[in-house]
Design a protein around this ligand. Structure first.
Ligand code: NI
Length: 224
């Protein structure tokens, strides 16, 4: 379902996810210096001009500044039950985001993968097929919107060691990538919602639209 290079083995609960996250972080020696310094950051909310400002390519890939920002982004996304977060959401202008898909209260069906920093990311190709699903955003709390995205995308990005990667992402992870890339270009998911009827409160979404929910009036999870 998702490129195997991007997906770690499954975690049964929050504790095992946390242990695995620390193990992943320790793989890089420079990370050990920043791990203790990781802190959660304030999340820019809709209306903040930073969310509408294009970002600049990262040139200091292995600098302590960038490594600390990556740690802080990972911690901030985890605290907010986010499955991704982009630098503008913490008021930074770097072309960088984290994809950290895992089942959370906000996204119980999400596949599990290690938090993956993607620096200077690009889309190389995309499926003609589009799929729609309800998206949310830490910068737009309390609202879900129905958004069309490419079902798969071929992407390129640098990891935190400066190594370039090319991968094919599919389904939910492809959706996260497209959502976060939009953030780097000053776009939020509300811009891609076709009309106000495709908006829903987070509470209504949780009660009525998740797979298996009592109401289940509009289950639009990616179909493949
Ligand atoms: Ni967002």
């Amino acid at each position: 379902m998702v490129d195997s290079g991007l997906v770690c083995s499954c975690y049964s609960d929050e504790q095992s996810f946390s242990k695995s996250l620390k193990k992943c972080l320790r793989k890089s020696s420079c990370l050990e210096k920043t791990e203790k310094m990781a802190k959660t950051l304030d999340i820019a909310q809709l209306g903040d001009p930073i969310l509408r400002s294009p970002t600049q390519p990262v040139t200091d890939l292995q600098s302590p500044r960038l490594q600390t920002l990556i740690e802080d982004l990972i911690a901030t996304a985890a605290l907010g039950n986010g499955v991704g977060i982009a630098a503008p959401q913490v008021s930074r202008g770097d072309r960088l985001f984290i994809i950290a898909s895992r089942p959370t209260l906000r996204y119980p069906q999400a596949p599990t993968m290690a938090p993956t920093p993607m620096i200077n990311p690009e889309i190389l190709g995309a499926s003609e097929a589009l799929v729609q699903d309800w998206e949310g955003c830490l910068s737009v709390p309390g609202i879900r919107g129905l958004v069309l995205r490419h079902q798969w995308v071929e992407v390129e990005y640098c990891d935190r060691q400066g190594q370039r990667h090319q991968q094919k992402l599919t389904d939910f992870v492809a959706r996260i990538f497209q959502h976060e890339l939009d953030h780097l270009n000053g776009i939020v998911f509300l811009d891609r919602v076709e009309c106000s009827h495709a908006l829903m409160s987070e509470t209504e979404y949780q009660n009525e639209s998740l797979p298996g929910a009592k109401g289940a009036r509009s289950v639009l999870w990616p179909s493949t």
